[in-house]
Design a protein around this ligand. Structure first.
Ligand SMILES: [Zn+2]
Ligand SMILES: [Zn+2]
Length: 258
């Protein structure tokens, strides 16, 4: 099969590789759509806990090609998406239901081969059926959207609160949509790209502010006391530091970007 293989730091190639083998409790998925995540760039730049060579790609959807002998919930032809994280289910954190801190975390496309390929092997416990009417492209957004929804839960937003989001990339825009459905009265977006801000406005942002050096005074005008919830969706340390200044006293600061 063809796959995009990260060979070494900043070096990748599309080449013919062996097809993945199907373990008894795993499923082989024929990939139909796969997102490119900021994490994939970190992996390529050797800033993550992956080893080379690796086939990245962890935000994907596809069709079940083959199932292992112990698999009971899926059959060939099923449309699926996946949670790429494979928790050990037996460490301290898994046992106290905080498996996002799993001490033995593995992940499809991070510590084992992922979906920048025609076929990917996925443990059955990580797979989800796609509801009828959802396209493969939409279903490939399930993982980033799930991260966003968890972030919104952590923000403890209450009805009527004002939200400020730094970064109008795919994650910032997903946050915008999800905060609007979670009771925010006003969502303001900041970015260096006018094009991204236009999209944010189309998606319902109440205010968009271009980060051109004058954004501080504009944000003070929108919310003189600050915002109840401020989110960084850029992962840039300088922005993360600046964003903190716009949190209302007793507000919440959500560090989302990595
Ligand atoms: Zn991702
Ligand atoms: Zn664990």
């Amino acid at each position: 099969m063809l796959a995009c293989v990260f060979k070494a730091k900043n070096s990748w190639v599309v080449e013919e590789v062996a097809e993945p083998e199907c373990a008894p409790d795993e499923v082989i998925v024929r990939v139909k759509a796969c997102g490119i995540c900021g994490t994939d760039l970190h992996i390529l730049q050797a800033e993550y806990f992956s080893d080379f060579p690796i086939i990245a790609g962890h935000e994907f959807s596809g069709v079940v090609e083959q199932v292992g002998e112990k698999v009971t919930q899926f059959k060939p032809g099923d449309w699926v998406t996946a949670d790429p994280n494979i928790f050990c289910d037996r460490c301290y954190y898994c046992k106290i239901n905080k498996n996002n801190h799993c001490l033995n975390l593995q992940a499809v496309g991070v510590t084992r081969n992922g979906a920048f390929a025609e076929l990917v092997a996925v443990p059955e416990k990580c797979l989800f059926h796609i509801p009828e009417g959802l396209s493969f492209q939409e279903a490939a957004m399930a993982e980033p959207l799930a991260c966003v929804i968890y972030g919104i839960q952590r923000s403890n937003i209450r009805p009527g609160e004002k939200v400020l989001i730094f970064g109008a990339g795919p994650i910032g825009l997903l946050l915008l949509c999800a905060f609007q459905k979670s009771g925010a009265s006003l969502v303001t977006m900041v970015d260096i790209s006018e094009k991204k801000l236009n999209l944010a406005q189309e998606l319902g942002a109440c205010a968009v502010v271009l980060a051109d050096g004058s954004e501080g005074s504009k944000l003070r005008k929108i919310a003189p006391l600050g915002f109840e919830v401020v989110v960084d969706a850029t992962g840039i340390p300088a922005v993360q530091e600046k964003a903190l200044h716009f949190v209302q006293p007793d507000g919440t600061y959500l560090l989302f970007g990595v």
